[in-house]
Structures are given as structure tokens and as C-alpha cells.
Design a binder for this molecule. Structure first.
Ligand SMILES: Nc1ncnc2c1ncn2[C@@H]1O[C@H](COP(=O)(O)OP(=O)(O)OP(=O)(O)O)[C@@H](O)[C@H]1O
Ligand SMILES: [Mg+2]
Length: 284
């Protein structure tokens, strides 16, 4: 069944009015490249990447360290300018947005990174951290507690488990789920997770992967999952894009990439996870 995904728009605030049908690309990049100047020359970190991120689906971008995944992510998030190419969100060119329009885009496309500790102020409880985020986003205080409770629920945390705690009193998986809850409070359309599960041990990792899976299902979220681990990519994603030296060298449905990989690079990544075909048990 096709699922309508809608998001709040307020032209005056520079956000978007839209309605997107499941399967349509919410976010796209076309011919995107990034060249860095470094001592002794230039590095082409991302080389002519074209990708579509369909509504209510998980796309994994997988590749070895240095393949350009985070650089691509930073450009998609508009945290770093492109050298060339175009980024489109709901059909609008957002490559050079600025001011309030860019702030509107930043609410729509939220991110969670590898180290949740780095995003926490250690001296604040989780409750004050989340309330502060909502205050900065100009969410009325009387709506804040309900929204916080709802978003903690999306990541399987109760207010009692999280709000009065300091970051060091939470497990790594709980910290990462709090960061996901914080991102969800902005009611985003896209959630970008860059190595968000890499620092977690296996049990906590599966837990967070399942939360991300449920968000796609329950909220119609579009998830961009960036990882060096093709096992995690295949566990979670509907589609996989494989990056090598800044280029997308393989793309397809997860099943196609696992069972019928085209490129030697993908085959080599898959050979590092020998039991992947047999153990592919994604959540229902
Ligand atoms: N600010 C920068 N200045 C110069 N070179 C950079 C910069 N950021 C990234 N690079 C280079 O661009 C390439 C891609 O880096 P990037 O961080 O995007 O890779 P990655 O796939 O995310 O790797 P990892 O899996 O280790 O996170 C690397 O060669 C890196 O050294
Ligand atoms: Mg990276």
C-alpha cells in the first residue's frame, strides 16, 4: 500500500510544504563531487555520485574507510559545499540554500553520528538536553514534555529511564537512542545515520538497528544509513550503494547486492561476512 508522507510547512519560516508518496525520491543527489586541496595536491573524496533516497525506505551507503561516505553525508546535510553537482529535496534544488531556508532544510534532514558522547554536554541531564533542543527550535514549553515522551517511546525508552540521567549513566546504546529521539523531535523527513552503530557492541547494535527499522515502518521515515560494515547495511537496508574511492561502484536492492554482486570490490566486502546469506534475518 502506498503511504503518504507529509511534513509541516511554513513558508514564512522557510520550510517546505509537501506530500510525498512512498517510493518517490525525497532526497536526491546528481553528479555530486567534492575535491579537497591538501598539501601537495588535491583529493577527489567524492566523485560524481548520483543517488536517490526513496520515501519511507532505508538506503545504506557502504564502503571502506576513506571511500567518501562521510564527505557525501556532509554535503547532503549541507554542512559542506559541493565542488560540483546538485542536491534536490522534494524536487527543490537545495544545493545553495542559505539563511532561513537552509535552517528549514536542517529540520527536515536530521543526523545522528558515531559518537553520541561528542554531542552531549556532560553537565546536563538528558531531560535538560532535550528540552534545550526544543527551546532552540522554538517549540512551546507546554508541548515539549509530551513530544519528548513520544520521541523517547519511538526509540524504546521511557522518560524514567532517560530524563533524569547524565550521559555517562546511560549505556552506549541508550545514548545513541537518545540522540535518535532528539533528531525525531524535529519531525524530520530524512534521518541520516553516519556510523551511528559502529561504537556499539553486537547486542546494543542490533537493538539500535531495529529501532531504525521501526522508524521507517511506523513514521514513514527515510533513512540514510552509512556504514563500513556491509553486514549491518544488508541487515537494515532496502537498497545498498557501495562506494569505493569516492565513486558508487554498485547499487541495487539488498537481495541483489548480496546474492548477485557485480563488482569485485562488493564481492570482497561480502567475503568478509561469510555467513551473511545464511543469516540474513531482517526484522519483519
Ligand atoms: N576536510 C578534509 N580535507 C582534506 N581531505 C579530506 C577532508 N575530509 C575528508 N578528506 C579525505 O577524503 C577522503 C574521504 O573521507 P571520508 O571521511 O569521507 O571517508 P569515509 O568513507 O567516511 O571513511 P570512514 O569509514 O573512515 O569514516 C579521505 O581520503 C579523507 O582523507
Ligand atoms: Mg566516515
Amino acid at each position: 500500500m502506498e503511504q503518504a508522507v507529509s511534513a509541516v510547512q511554513d513558508e514564512a519560516e522557510g520550510t517546505y510544504t509537501h506530500s510525498t508518496t512512498s517510493g518517490e525520491a525525497v532526497l536526491e543527489c546528481e553528479g555530486v563531487s567534492k575535491e579537497f586541496s591538501v598539501a601537495g595536491g588535491k583529493v577527489l573524496a567524492v566523485d560524481d555520485v548520483t543517488l536517490q533516497f526513496p520515501a519511507s525506505s532505508v538506503l545504506a551507503v557502504v564502503g571502506e574507510s576513506g571511500s567518501g561516505k562521510s564527505t557525501l553525508a556532509r554535503m547532503l546535510l549541507r554542512l559542506m559545499p559541493v565542488t560540483s553537482g546538485t542536491i534536490t529535496f522534494r524536487g527543490q534544488d537545495v544545493t545553495h540554500l542559505h539563511g532561513r531556508h537552509l535552517r528549514g532544510y536542517w529540520r527536515e534532514v536530521q543526523a545522528v553520528f558515531q559518537d553520541p558522547f561528542a554531542s552531549f554536554n556532560q553537565f546536563f541531564t538528558v531531560g535538560s538536553l532535550l528540552r534545550r533542543s526544543l527551546h532552540l527550535a522554538e517549540v512551546p514549553a507546554d508541548e515539549a514534555d509530551h513530544l519528548i515522551e513520544t520521541c523517547l517511546g519511538y526509540v524504546d525508552l521511557t522518560p524514567g529511564q532517560a530524563l533524569g540521567k547524565f550521559p555517562h549513566q546511560l549505556s552506549g546504546g541508550q545514548r545513541q537512542r537518545v540522540m535518535i529521539a532528539r533528531a525525531l523531535m524535529m519531525k524530520p523527513t530524512v534521518l541520516l545515520a553516519d556510523e551511528a552503530t559502529s561504537m556499539l557492541d553486537a547486542t546494543l547494535r542490533v537493538n539500535v538497528l531495529n529501532v531504525l527499522h521501526d522508524l521507517k515502518h511506523d513514521l514513514g521515515l527515510t533513512v540514510l544509513f552509512i556504514t563500513h560494515d556491509i553486514g549491518q547495511a544488508c541487515y537494515l537496508a532496502d537498497r545498498v550503494a557501495v562506494m569505493e574511492h569516492g565513486r558508487v561502484v554498485e547499487r541495487g536492492t539488498t537481495e541483489a547486492v548480496i546474492f548477485d554482486p557485480r563488482g569485485d570490490y562488493t564481492k570482497r566486502l561480502l567475503s568478509d561476512v561469510p555467513d551473511l546469506r545464511g543469516s540474513l534475518k531482517r526484522p519483519a
